[in-house]
Design a protein around this ligand. Sequence first.
Ligand SMILES: [Zn+2]
Length: 584
Amino acid sequence: MSTTISKAAASAQITYNVSFPEAQAHYADIEMHITGLQQNTLELKMPVWTPGSYLVREFAKNIESLTAEANGKPVAAPKINKNTWQIVTKGISSVTVKYRVYAFELSVRTSFIDASHAFLSTTGIFIYPASMLHSPAIIHIKPYRNWDKVSTSLEMVNNDPFTRLSPSFDILFDSPIEVGNQDVFGFDASGVHYEICMYGGGNYDKEKLKADIHKIVDQEAAVFGENPNKHYVFIVHNRQRNGGGLEHLSSTVLGASRDNYTNDKGYQSFLGLVAHEHFHLWNVKRLRPIVLGPFDYDNENYTTNLWIAEGFTEYYQGIIVRRTQLFPVQNYFDVLEGEFNVLENLPGKNVQTVAESSFDAWIKAYRPNENSNNTTISYYNKGAIIGMMLDLEIINDSKGKYSLDDAMKYMYTQYYKIKKRGYTDAEFKAAFEKFAGKKLDDFYARYINGLTPIDYNKYLGYAGYKIEDELADKNDAALGITTTTTAAKKIIVTSVQRGTAAYIDGINVNDEITAIDGTPVTDAATLINGKNPGDKIEVTVTRDGQAMTLPVTLLKSNRVKYNIVTVESPTEQQMVVRKKWLSI
Ligand SMILES: [Zn+2]
């Protein structure tokens, strides 16, 4: 950054007024005032993506009616590229820019406004002066009609909940804002004030929720040895059916199904989501791959380490809930078995490494197509399994002295706290090696940068467990397709799994299956009932309006369904590892 720009940034003051005169039509009206300008041109930008969600979303597409004025007179503010406006400010010390944002995309990473509330995912709401990313800003919020609350981790100015201070744009873009009539309650844990802000109602029990989330917070702070916030906000969007979450520095946004809190499985999965997003406040928001901060808001930010940033977070969401002792060990095994079975039934496991999966998140994970299962894996899923493998490796090698926690805490201390930067792939590897007490080149070659099948029994064996495939003795035939049935009862192929009968014999995505062996079909679930591996059948499909019959030789289903079972008479060492791993 040049001195001129630094000086300009230091002297400028930025204020936003956010109002919702047409909330019912999903609009926010924004006014930005900048004073103290000392530059000849001012470029205003909107981020193209939101940190934590690795896809270019082009938020500027929702902006309309942008105008600028100086000294009470309009000034030109032409667009110079998809997300940048330019204003000539020679001789002008202050400008006011007005624009509207349309917000009607329901997700944890996009803004949504209606008459009941406004959720402002800030990367898609606030344009910023390109030369002033480090400048503070004041945000005034004028609520719609009877809205009476603002929930955000941005601190209040003069105790006014509707006026908030953003210390820099990096912090503003990591601080979503909820405005409405949300139900707000809180608790204090490890020196931090926690607020839970519930939009949309739900059958939650406030006291139970506070007590259970408190346990999660304590377990996670114990991994890293400190809780770096003063104030942390859970913004929860309760809807008929909702899920997903997005992590931020001092807050998170969670999707929840409003009637799921009294259902055991639903509640455990909600607490898993809480544990996941809250764990991110360390893992990725502070302890982070080197390219993930400071962010480039104009472009993709590539890293091969999302298997740590996301995968380990997914591993920890399960193990942290286990450590709260709120549910039995078998519930945790159900979670792990789910991870194993997702990976092992994906043909993409033989094509894409977990490092490649991380790097290509921008063009593959967030842009899946009908062939994705054949060519890709998820860095969440395989990363979680690798987290388990490294945890067991470290516990076993250190005879129960260390676990993955020690590597995480060491990296947090060394890189976030002492070196104040992100880590490289080699630096995290060195930390695993430090606590495992051995080189992990072979492990990395096999599992991070390679496609070696995972040796579940080796790693689970350290703790005296093994896997059993409950489908191993079955001899079911399979076509190898997924289908959807339309309102008109048409059975349409939605994916064809590599290596299966359908793949080999040429059934295509979008084919309508009309008959098997000449008999018309109406139920996708019973297409090959009574058939065996090796049987030759004739599948009639309609493709592009034309009927055709394809000879297909059925193959044995290659699906697996793993369960974790204990070995007979585990050794003393296996019991040491088991107790440390599962907190039993
Ligand atoms: Zn995550």
